[in-house]
Design a protein around this ligand. Structure first.
Ligand code: HEM
Length: 400
């Protein structure tokens, strides 16, 4: 329930009314409370583009050491060690360097044909129908399949793995995520059988690269990753790239249905596809905020925020800041520079950004190949129940 006192702006990431349409609240936060404090859920929020951008880059103050999820930052647990997203430099630099060695642009580009084939198989059965749920039929499956393709996970295991992952992020509508045990956050145990199998059946995939690569660890010892570390890396990639990308595909369908002129332009000129994906991420970022832990006091707008505080960086608010963008409330694929903070920035900048763009581009391309036009069945649309990712759980597109 929203606590309303119209004289004072209120925000929390669990409020379903705000989540349904956060833009007026984000606008008020930027104007009236650019440094906002929520006592009930114990966080501070930063909303102006320039402030969010600076804070993301300043890991010396705004640390990832208690994760980037508010519930975890505020939990009583110590975070597990060695989780890339939960570390600051220098440990983060070493972990990310390792990941970048196997997560190469070449590997990602190589699977484009497979991604397209998967899309075609999902969409072709609906040709001639009067509509379908794009989340169930494409968006909720494609990212996991893509990660499965990269990792070499057999198709038969992929859906079970996705469901286990998504269950980790699920929240009861209107409530914070429950954190049960810190060491289960990224233990990757659901991949254990697969990793064993792959170690006996090496192939040309990312998992085999993880199993065989050698590196110098923090003690100067040259070694391979152990099983526990491999499971963890797998979990991080799968967790980070699954729901975020799935929600992007839902937003692409919805936003373009609501902007038919621009959809027509993309239909006619497919070189606009990547711009369209990025403008959609600016306009409807699938992760509307990132949490940080203040490791030292900082000053902002005349207030000193004490070390130990949880900070929410409101990427969604920043992406529509009129100080940064002309007509930010307009969806415009022809903007001069389509840059946004939906993939973060600085040392933790999304490692899968180009893969997510590729998936969005291929999904939209294949939709347009079959249907130049579609509408949305708003009556049956259901928002997704997570506090960290914003998007659609069910979104039926209506075909002419
Ligand atoms: C639309 C889709 C996506 C969005 C909006 C997104 C967003 C983000 C953001 C905001 C961060 C930074 C987190 C922080 O600063 O704390 C991040 C990090 C990361 N993302 Fe993505 N992501 C997407 C897709 C993917 C995909 C497809 C993958 C891989 C398969 C992926 C893998 C990662 C990894 C490994 C990190 C951690 C990087 C680090 O800590 O250095 N993401 N992502």
């Amino acid at each position: 329930m929203t606590i309303t006192d119209d004289a004072v702006v209120y925000y929390d990431p669990y409020d379903l009314d705000i989540a349904a349409d956060p833009w007026p609240t984000f606008a008020r936060l930027r104007e009236e409370a650019p440094l906002y404090h929520n006592e009930r859920y114990r966080f501070w929020a930063i909303s102006r583009h320039t402030d969010v951008e600076k804070a993301i880059a300043n890991w010396q103050t705004f640390s990832n050491s208690r994760s980037d999820i508010l519930e975890l930052v505020n939990s009583d647990f110590d975070m597990p060690k060695g989780v890339m997203m939960f570390e600051d430099p220098p440990v983060h630099t070493m972990l990310r360097g390792l990941m970048s060695r196997v997560f190469t642009p070449r590997r990602m580009a190589e699977i484009e044909d497979q991604i397209r084939r998967f899309c075609v198989n999902c969409l072709d059965p609906h040709v001639g129908s009067d509509g379908f749920d794009i989340v169930a039929e494409l968006a909720s499956m494609m990212p996991m399949r893509v990660i499965g393709m990269l990792l070499g996970i057999p198709e038969s295991d992929q859906i079970a793995v996705r469901d286990a992952n998504d269950a980790n992020l699920r929240t009861k509508p209107g409530a914070p995520m429950k954190v049960a045990k810190a060491d289960r956050i990224a233990d990757g145990s659901i991949y254990a059988d697969y990793v064993e199998w792959r170690s006996r059946n090496p192939s040309d995939d990312l998992m085999t690269a993880l199993l065989t690569m050698e590196f110098d660890d923090e003690n100067g010892v040259t070694r391979k990753l152990d099983r526990k570390e491999i499971l963890h890396y797998t979990q991080v990639v799968a967790g980070a790239g699954n729901e975020t990308t799935g929600r992007l595909i839902g937003w692409l369908a919805k936003v373009l249905a609501e902007h038919p002129d621009q959809r027509r332009q993309v239909y006619q000129d497919r070189s606009l596809l990547t711009r369209t994906v990025d403008e959609t991420l600016r306009f409807e970022p699938t992760g509307p905020h990132l949490a940080r832990y203040a490791v030292k006091d900082f000053q902002m707008y005349g207030t000193t925020v004490p070390a130990g505080s949880a900070i929410l960086l409101l990427v969604g608010a920043a992406n529509r800041d009129p100080r940064r963008y002309t007509d930010p409330e307009l969806f415009d694929i022809h903007r001069d520079s389509i840059s946004h903070l939906a993939f973060g920035k600085g040392v933790h900048y999304c490692l899968g950004a180009n893969l997510a763009r590729l998936e969005g581009r291929v999904a939209l391309d294949e939709l347009l190949n079959r249907w130049p036009e579609w509408g949305i069945d708003y009556d049956s649309a259901v928002p997704a129940p997570t506090s960290t990712v914003r998007g659609w759980e069910r979104l039926r597109i209506v075909l002419p």
